[in-house]
Ligand binder design. Sequence first.
Ligand code: WT7
Length: 568
Amino acid sequence: MSNIVSYEEREKNFDWSISEKELGYKDGDIINIGWYCSDRICEMGKADKLALIWEGLGGVEKKYTFDDIRINSNKFGAFLRGLGIKNEDRICLFMDKIPELYIGFLGVLKIGAIAQPLFSAFGDESLHVRLDNAETTAIITQRKHVGKVRKLLEKSPYLKYVIIVDHDGKKPLKERELTFDMESYEEPKDFEIFPTKAESASVLHYTSGTTGQPKGVKHVHYSLISQYLTTKWVLDLQEDDIYWCTADPGWVTGTSYGIIGCWSLGITQCVLDTGFSATSWYEFIQKRKVTMWYSAPTAIRSLMKAGDEVVKQYDLSSLRHLASVGEPLNSEAVIWSEKVYGIAFQDNYWQTETGSIMIANYPGMKVKPGSMGRPFPGITAAVVDSKTFEPLSEPGKIGLIAFRPGWPAMMRTYWENEETYKSKFKNDWYLPGDRASIDKEGYFWFVGRDDDVINTGGHLVSPFEVESALLEHEAVAESAVVAKPDEVNMEVVKAFVTLKAGYKPDDMLELSIMNFIRKKLSPLAMPQEIEYVDSLPKTRSGKIMRRLLHAKEWGEEIGDTSTLEDDE
Ligand code: WT7
């Protein structure tokens, strides 16, 4: 049966209780995402339905039914409990997109602990600041990533366990290290799921801001109510779909829609745990007969670059619906996808903090290429003036995107940082930090971010984090980090650097600085260009004027620099 109903119809009399009813949830009930994504689906008679089709390097394949997901997540839960891990303890998942990541995530939630997924390409410094902030009790990881964890053990007294899911029994284990083999671990008898309630913490995702360390966005089990319904209506998932969400669960799309949304609906998903190439992606769609594909603009632009001819070499006729998130989806990409796949990618907008899709194009709506779409039913959204925070009623006027708080998946706070959390609200609006305009028909058009955060290929990078790391390089005296335009990734990291006495810019130094950041932070944060300067532009109070450098990179009018000086 199709989910397609017109936008207007859905907006009329919308209430989140629609989702609560479908999930059989009533106010005050126990609600546990781990249970909803596995046990409940089995109880609904879908125990033998495939939940996960996983493919790794060289075409290696693993398949799991919903019953396998239920049993294996119970195993994870029982194992963690056996170590003395309790509800609300933070458990970091630091793995590639292997089955243990998806299943372990549910296992953590089942014991009421808080899942802290971190992107496996993070270097030891990125990892450390996030574990430190959350005072994480245990980290679940793979052999190949243990080296990075070992580097921070000494300065992480709270971290009691390093759990390796793929240990080969050969290399000796070091202090605090344990092994857990999901397949061979004995199925626990009478495993009891922790009775989490709507407001019990579930997931802690870290996101980068302009200033300060990354912030831990705290979500709760009740977020399911938004994630379930947005998956159903925007991603339009239906019983027989084969769903492919290309996002990594180290980021919010990979958990909200790559685990929770699809599995709470009992939908089969497939995962490709290899790097990107146009041919391997098309081959995957053909082989797995993907019907619904949720991806990101950078991937789409890379596919565009690979050209139209390669598309013709594959049978992609299984595709039924395509959606995109994470960065601006230019109208060319929408039009191109319609031309080559016969279906257009439909853009949607949200962020780590909102927990679920906020503005979207979806089946049943007129799509306008280049627009992010309209607010999801039940979401009150506006564009407000940046000083008065009053809604701008005139169509086409650019202002700050604003949401009226109250949807189920909204973050509940920033971990140990209530002050910054509060600063995101003005006049009863939550401000996500983006600029946009609204047209006559209520469609939102993205303009840009309202801060200096760099969005590279759909991943946010904090200039502050990169600048701080650069200062630890022996040759660097001062630095300023800004976004630089890029054809595929939209933005990439560029660093302006002044050198300490005795150092000269050359290729070796450039490589050394780039590698330093790649290892410490991540490949995303690595500057793609380093420009050596004698001095950096500063305000009277000595603050580096990043915006001046940014404007130069983008060929923008710099205008009155005295106003730049006031900018915080
Ligand atoms: C930021 C959130 C939740 C998706 C993964 C990223 C930008 C997101 C769009 C879009 C233009 C977009 C915004 C937002 N963004 N979607 N459709 N068009 N920009 O989550 O890492 O928290 O990043 O990504 O700037 O605030 P995130």
